[in-house]
Design a protein. Structure first.
Length: 319
């Protein structure tokens, strides 16, 4: 039995899989950032006790830069307590004899989409995850691209506004991550008219969330619904988000010129309106010699991208 693990800033997923990479069992937990890495490790040990058998191989997609050669975590940008933690060694202690591979979660999701998702059949695939953070991964001929340690393809940390003496600057992640878009929407709400569809959806959810926290959703999750109801602010925000993503992806095109660009992560659930906004904006940022721009696709695997990729990681070359 193989085990695939996704450790993110908001969720923890553990899946079991067969040799074909098919998920056979799934465990999902919400991450409480206040508990730090220790809280996630406790959730993992509790889940391991529930497994029907001991796995022989474990693949991990971690939300932050890692040393993929040793399985040591460099840092997490969302949850404290991970810096320098030897996750591979810890997993081996929990399950003696198990073979472990640890990768950045965006790399793992990229592998999942290239191997079993929307980008099968493309030789050069770049995947961008738009979730609690913004990351990227590159797959070439079915294998992960690796740069120098501790990571690569951190598209979310490209500067939109460079830091200066009087300004901290602003990155892509600080602009179009799920948390950043949530804050932007919350800041806009008081300025919107009472009959605004987006405002109604968000405020109704906020009220429901007071009664039951399980009903609480991030404001960005309502952009698609508001867009479908012709809300002009939702349309404006989606176009702005798409333009920023396209600007980031233009650097990818100029550096690597992949065959396919895949949009994944929670924010990609906005769906076709977001994909169309990225596709429309991208040519403006790409030099003429690189036109037409690569195809822009929506991820197919959804929340399974990292777990499926973590299982696929166990059947890839380590190079």
């Amino acid at each position: 039995m193989n085990l695939g693990i996704e450790i993110g800033g908001t969720k923890l997923q553990i899946v079991t899989g067969d040799e074909s990479g098919r998920i056979t069992e799934r465990y999902r937990h919400q991450v409480d950032p206040a508990l730090g890495a220790a809280g996630i490790l406790t959730q993992l040990t509790d889940t391991f006790r529930s497994l029907r058998s001991v796995p022989t191989r474990v693949g991990v997609g971690f939300g932050g830069p890692v040393d993929w050669q040793t399985g040591r975590i460099a840092t997490s940008h969302q949850v404290g307590g991970w810096a320098g933690f030897d996750l591979a060694a810890w997993l081996t202690e929990q399950m003696p004899g198990v073979s472990v591979r640890v990768e950045n979660d965006a790399n793992v999701a990229a592998l999942g989409e290239a191997r079993q998702g929307v980008a099968t059949g493309f030789a050069h695939v770049f995947y961008v995850t738009l979730g609690s953070g913004v990351g990227g991964g590159m797959v070439v001929d079915g294998q992960l691209y690796h740069g120098a340690l501790p990571g690569e393809a951190e598209i979310g940390h490209l500067w939109l506004v460079p830091p200066g003496a009087d300004s901290p600057g602003q990155t892509i992640e600080q602009t179009v991550s799920g948390w950043a878009v949530d804050q932007q929407i919350l800041g806009l709400l008081p300025q919107l008219p009472a009959d605004s569809i987006l405002r109604k959806l968000v405020e109704e959810n906020q009220q429901a969330g007071l009664a039951d926290r399980n009903l609480r959703r991030g404001p960005a999750t309502f952009l698609h619904e508001a867009y479908e109801q012709s809300d002009p602010v939702a349309r404006m925000l989606i176009e702005q988000i798409g333009s920023v993503i396209a600007l980031g992806l233009s650097h990818v095109v100029h550096l690597f010129h992949p065959d396919a660009l895949v949009l994944g992560g929670g924010l990609s659930l906005i769906g076709e309106p977001l994909r169309a906004a990225v596709r429309q904006a991208l040519p403006r940022f790409v030099m003429k010699a690189f036109q037409p721009v690569p195809i822009v696709l929506l991820a197919k695997l959804g929340e399974d991208a990292v777990p499926v990729g973590a299982l696929a990681l166990l059947t890839t070359d380590q190079r």
